[in-house]
Write a protein that binds this ligand. Structure first.
Ligand code: HEC
Ligand code: HEC
Length: 262
């Protein structure tokens, strides 16, 4: 939880700079491609070391659990591995994307649940359940080191724009947008935390504050709550659109899940 005092300081600093005085979003003021830097670069050396040590990084316990789920058949249904015998290398780096069959925008969690309902004939797993987190971590880990590359063409363009609008809109009692912190103030200190550029390339990630692995939506909810705004429900389409915007904004950055974050 971000302390109010520091936030007020930030608001004053932003106001003092006279930046973004109007509410009209200036999209060209966003992060430039050559500036893109992973959240990893803003961690302390200790946390970086923890992420890089596959034995000490608690995220790998989730990956192992996800692998076991991937290999096992739920009831009489085929296991994920039966259909995806080669695994899913590089796939997570291309999400969110459109589901060809329904035309809906889906993130990795949604895609996994589509396979459960459509191809395994079992129920979707609840968002933030341990099983869904574990399966997502297992699939995401297979994109580690691969550059994020989502499409924003065709029907995806509108979703991208919706996500961008969300990012640039001021909200909450503190009246701050994502853009003000993650485009305009990355590198600044906020309650002993260094504000990063707000990329999702490490998610699902193990957050020390959570003492758990958590999804990208849990992270977004924390940021919305941080400005005293009502967070969107898990799995909400608007958060998936934010995911798409963020993925396009950080194109070329390498996937890191399971990352460790503060
Ligand atoms: C009976 C076969 C079958 C099973 C079982 C199955 N899938 Fe799939 N999966 C598919 C097919 C076919 C697609 C292509 C999209 C579609 O037609 O739904 C797909 C697509 C995917 C994708 C997206 C691939 C891409 O390139 O975008 C992911 C991720 C995925 N599956 C994960 C899983 C996971 C995790 C499980 C187990 C919970 C699972 N699948 C179980 C058949 C299956
Ligand atoms: C008051 C400033 C502030 C605002 C506004 C804010 N965030 Fe954050 N955000 C943070 C801080 C602090 C962190 C934790 C340190 C870090 O990684 O940046 C964080 C973390 C993140 C991360 C995780 C980065 C990583 O590498 O783990 C993402 C993604 C993110 N924010 C996206 C958003 C989005 C999208 C919005 C708008 C809905 C938003 N943030 C609004 C301050 C803010």
């Amino acid at each position: 939880m971000i302390r109010i005092g520091t936030i007020v300081g930030l608001v004053l600093a932003l106001t003092a700079c006279g930046r973004n005085a109007s509410d009209a979003p200036d999209w060209t003021a966003g992060l430039q491609p050559e500036q893109v830097q992973s959240g990893f670069d803003f961690l302390t050396p200790e946390t970086q070391a923890l992420q890089q040590d596959a034995f000490a990084n608690p995220g790998y316990l989730w990956v192992d659990r996800g692998q076991a789920l991937f290999m096992s058949a739920p009831g009489n249904s085929p296991a994920c591995a039966t259909c995806h015998a080669e695994g899913l290398p590089g796939v997570a780096a291309t999400y969110p994307k459109l589901d060809q069959q329904s035309g809906a925008l889906v993130n990795l969690e949604g895609r996994i649940n589509l396979c459960r309902t459509r191809h395994q004939g079992v129920e979707a797993l609840p968002y933030e359940s341990e099983d869904l987190l574990a399966l997502t971590a297992y699939v995401a880990q297979q994109s580690q080191g691969i550059a994020q590359s989502v499409s924003i063409e065709g029907a995806l363009e509108q979703h991208f724009e919706n996500g961008r609008d969300y990012f640039f809109t001021r909200r909450g009692q503190l009246n701050l947008s994502c853009h003000q912190c993650h485009d305009q103030n990355w590198g600044a200190q906020l309650r002993g935390d260094t504000i990063s550029q707000g990329h999702l390339n490490g998610f699902p990630a193990y957050r020390l504050e959570w003492q758990s692995l958590g999804s990208s939506h849990r992270r977004l909810r924390d940021c919305d709550t941080g400005v005293r705004a009502e967070p969107l429900p898990y799995g909400d389409q608007r958060y998936i659109e934010v995911e798409l915007y963020l993925a396009a904004r950080s194109a070329g950055i390498e996937m890191e899940s399971p990352a460790v974050r503060r």
